[in-house]
Design a binder for this molecule. Structure first.
Ligand SMILES: Cc1cc2nc3c(=O)[nH]c(=O)nc-3n(C[C@H](O)[C@H](O)[C@H](O)COP(=O)(O)OP(=O)(O)OC[C@H]3O[C@@H](n4cnc5c(N)ncnc54)[C@H](O)[C@@H]3O)c2cc1C
Length: 342
């Protein structure tokens, strides 16, 4: 009989985040489909009662908690000690956890300590003939794999965004505290430095992906480059439409080549073969040629449009549903006006 531990950490304010609720759905699906499986919740945080109450209605047989100031922050040594203790107390054979950066860092070490196996970036879970099977992508989402393991404990990190967030009723959970000796550590967490709110231009949940290509920084019809106009056009649009910002490789590589660059662009924005493969419903490419190594990153974007001066650009070769042959500066200035940006 499998013993499933749903392992989660709280956010710094003690609440549970969306990736945690998504992983909870995965754990519950597994528990429901595995005959006789028992589900235990294990929480790590500064204070875990509020988080336990928030998911009290999930039907877990027990709630375990490792709490205290040392566990409020993301740090490998304390997280690994807490997670190991929870997995041991629950005698877990399967551990389902959210694939947050905090757990992606700590859980492989926990798995090593407990002699287990771990799989990350899990996008689907099934039970076939009484055995759990996981799905994940390989080779930059070109191949989907299904696999199972007989080895236990088996740690499963659910990919954020792959499962629907659990939305059951809260209640009052009885949390059984698990004592953990805080390991000696040279790492002190002094605080968090987050980017300014308006600097967050990568928005995985946005409906629209807006891609900027190198054309924004190239000489225009007047023989001049207009980089600051380009910055304004792009940022105004992304903010007004709450779109997620993507880039071609040529544009993000320019900083290393000593050319004028868009100040808010980084390699994290790059879409394509050597970049990301985002999953927005719609995409709009601007000043981007639409070459194959770029467009391959659009394979999950269902509705595609592009604005390019060149009627023969890559987007016209069956890669976009609509190509506007137009000057992106003019189009975006007008669209931004319509969106209330002057
Ligand atoms: C192994 C390999 C991996 C690669 N991986 C990636 C990847 O992951 N992602 C990626 O993006 N690329 C990748 N590339 C590079 C890719 O092949 C292209 O070189 C790159 O995508 C081109 O970027 P771009 O379209 O922004 O620039 P350009 O090719 O310079 O195109 C600029 C476009 O802007 C248009 N334009 C200029 N001014 C305006 C205006 N005012 N209005 C409208 N349009 C205008 C021009 O007509 C032109 O089509 C890879 C290449 C290789 C060899």
């Amino acid at each position: 009989m499998e013993k499933i531990l749903f392992l989660a950490h709280t956010d710094t304010d003690g609440s549970v985040g969306k990736p945690v609720l998504e992983a909870l759905t995965a754990a519950l699906e597994l528990a429901a489909n595995l005959d006789g499986a028992e589900l235990t919740v294990g929480l790590i945080g500064g204070e875990v009662q509020a988080a336990a109450n928030a998911i009290a209605g999930c039907g877990a047989a027990a709630f375990l908690g490792v709490a205290g100031a040392d566990f409020a922050v993301a740090r490998y040594s304390s997280d690994a000690a807490a997670a190991s203790a929870l997995a041991q107390t629950a005698q877990a054979t399967l551990v389902v956890a959210p694939g947050t950066s905090r757990f992606a860092r700590a859980l492989p070490g926990v798995c090593q300590r407990l002699g287990g196996r771990i799989d990350t970036q899990i996008t689907g879970l099934q039970v076939v003939d009484g055995e759990p099977r996981i799905q994940r992508w390989y080779y930059r989402q070109r191949m989907a794999g299904t696999l199972t393991r007989s080895h236990r404990p088996w740690f499963l990190l659910a990919a954020p965004g792959a499962f629907s967030a659990w939305a059951g009723t809260p209640g009052t959970a009885e949390v059984q505290p698990v004592a953990v000796q805080v390991p000696e550590s040279r790492t002190r967490v002094l605080g968090t430095q987050a980017a300014l709110a308006d600097a967050h231009t990568i928005r995985p949940d946005a409906d629209l992906l807006f891609v900027a290509g190198a054309g924004w920084t190239k000489k225009q019809v007047d023989g001049q480059a207009h980089v600051s106009d380009a910055e304004k056009c792009i940022l105004d649009f992304v903010e007004a439409a709450q779109a997620s910002l993507g880039s071609s490789k040529s544009l993000v590589d320019q900083s290393g080549e000593g050319q004028q660059v868009l100040s808010f662009m980084s390699h994290l924005h790059q879409v394509g073969q050597t970049g990301t493969t985002p999953r927005h419903r719609k995409g709009l490419a601007t000043c981007c040629h639409g070459e194959e190594p770029h467009v391959v990153g659009w394979r999950f974007i269902t509705e595609r449009r592009a604005i390019n001066l060149d009627a023969g650009c890559g987007w016209a070769q069956g890669k976009a549903d609509v190509l506007y042959v137009a000057d992106a500066f003019e189009v975006l200035t007008k669209v931004n006006e319509l969106l209330g940006k002057s």
